[in-house]
Design a binder for this molecule. Structure first.
Ligand code: NIG
Ligand code: FE
Length: 408
């Protein structure tokens, strides 16, 4: 039987409760409880409130340093952490003046990671994925979306999705798999991009649905990847098969975000190249706007227009995009703080983009907020004022992480 425990006292608990899903957020909207405690029943939160009041409800207290501030475990809605090999050589080429697209044409880029990932065993891929997930967990990210997309044929994509599933059993973090078989057309596929997508649609999607390997499908719509027409056809078929769909949109060329709105995608991710009109249409829709500062930092290009997106009324979410090519850093909080400094995001907007709004992007209404009934996923930082977390720009690391009520 699960015993109810009171964890605390914390200098502050920032609950992220009662915030709207969309639009700008001023810091006075944030619910902050001083000298607070959190009552946990098994893996679920029973109550959050002043420590003194909660103390009368139980004698089981898990004490912590009072100089800690607690926020919900972060949710990273966009990563590619299942890969083998390294692209340090690509990075060196980029620093010497070559562009991301040029490097791909020279045999580097996504295709070189595909070769390494195809060679790796299922066990090795699961180990690498779990290792990266555990690093993220230590930094306070308790739920992590993970894409396939370095297999690019039926067997290798299934191997990747199985590796993500196996890694989920190794790391205490929750991994949410997404099929990105439509990352690029593989070089060894004889046929058009459209024919490749047809092959994936008939040969892979029904299989991974039946094997319950994922319920989410992503496509990279851009120059050097898939065009709009092929993407509409592919995503419509994926939806008919019962998948939820998301889009890698507007990274270099616009078009993807409008497509995401038209098709009713859950999110449009990247958005570095989105125009004011794209922003307006995205903001008027139910599609979550996911920005990936790690890809801008990795490629040395402009950030997505996060401020404009919020001001237009969009639901802004920040994710790491951790991958071997465009976003090798993998430190979500640091990237979000840097984006926030450049784009003038309020602290509340940044925190919401990493917690409650991120959880909603994955359709997970059991996390991202600290309140009764939610999963007991939370992370503590060594400060007595939550503003220190953002002010330190990610340099202040998490000192304690609880996943499903267990301190790691
Ligand atoms: O989100 N842009 C396409 N896909 C990834 C990069 C993958 C890679 O370079 O390996 C992204 O940035
Ligand atoms: Fe990505």
């Amino acid at each position: 039987m699960n015993k109810i425990r009171l964890i605390g006292p914390f200098a502050q608990i920032v609950t992220m409760d009662s915030l709207p899903l969309k639009g700008p957020l001023t810091d006075d909207r944030l619910e902050i409880i001083d000298h607070a405690g959190i009552l946990v029943n098994g893996d679920v939160i029973e109550a959050v409130g002043p420590f003194r009041e909660l103390k009368s409800l139980t004698s089981a207290v898990e004490p912590v340093d009072e100089e800690l501030t607690l926020i919900p475990g972060m949710v990273d809605v966009h990563t590619h952490i299942c890969w083998a090999g390294s692209r340090a050589g690509d990075y060196a080429m980029r620093l010497s003046g070559k562009t991301y697209l040029e490097i791909a044409q020279y045999g580097g880029g996504i295709w070189s990671t595909v070769a390494k990932t195809r060679e790796a065993s299922l066990v090795e891929l699961a180990r690498l994925t779990a290792w990266r997930a555990s690093r993220m967990l230590q930094q306070g990210t308790t739920t992590i979306e993970v894409k396939s997309g370095y297999g690019l044929d039926v067997d290798a994509e299934r191997k990747m999705l199985k590796a993500i599933q196996n890694a989920n059993g190794i790391t205490p973090a929750d991994l949410v798999p997404t099929c990105l078989a439509a990352h690029i057309k593989p070089r060894d596929f004889e046929g058009s991009a459209g024919e490749y997508l047809d092959y994936i649609t008939s040969g892979l999607l029904p299989l991974i649905k039946a094997e319950k390997l994922t319920s989410r499908v992503d496509i990279y719509v851009d120059e050097g990847a898939f065009d709009r027409q092929d993407a509409v056809h592919y995503l419509s078929s994926a939806k008919e098969l019962g998948f939820e769909v998301v889009v890698h949109a507007d990274q270099f060329k616009p078009g993807g975000a409008l497509l995401a709105v038209e098709i009713g995608a859950r999110s449009a991710d990247h958005l570095e190249a989105s125009s004011d009109n794209d922003i307006r249409i995205l903001a008027g829709s139910d599609v979550m706007a996911v920005v990936l500062p790690g890809a801008s930092l990795g490629l040395g290009v402009n950030f997505a227009p996060a401020r404009k997106l919020l001001d237009a009324g969009a639901a802004l979410v920040i994710a790491s995009d951790w991958n071997p090519g465009s976003a090798p850093m993998g430190s979500l909080l640091m990237q979000a703080c840097i984006l926030g400094a450049h784009e003038r995001l309020t602290m509340t907007e940044t925190l919401a983009a990493l917690t409650c709004r991120a959880a909603a992007t994955l359709g997970m209404n059991d996390r991202g907020i600290l309140r009764a009934g939610m999963l007991a996923d939370f992370v503590a930082f060594p400060c007595s004022d939550y503003r220190e977390i953002i002010y330190n720009q990610g340099g202040m690391g998490a000192v304690a992480v609880w996943k499903r009520g267990k301190r790691l």
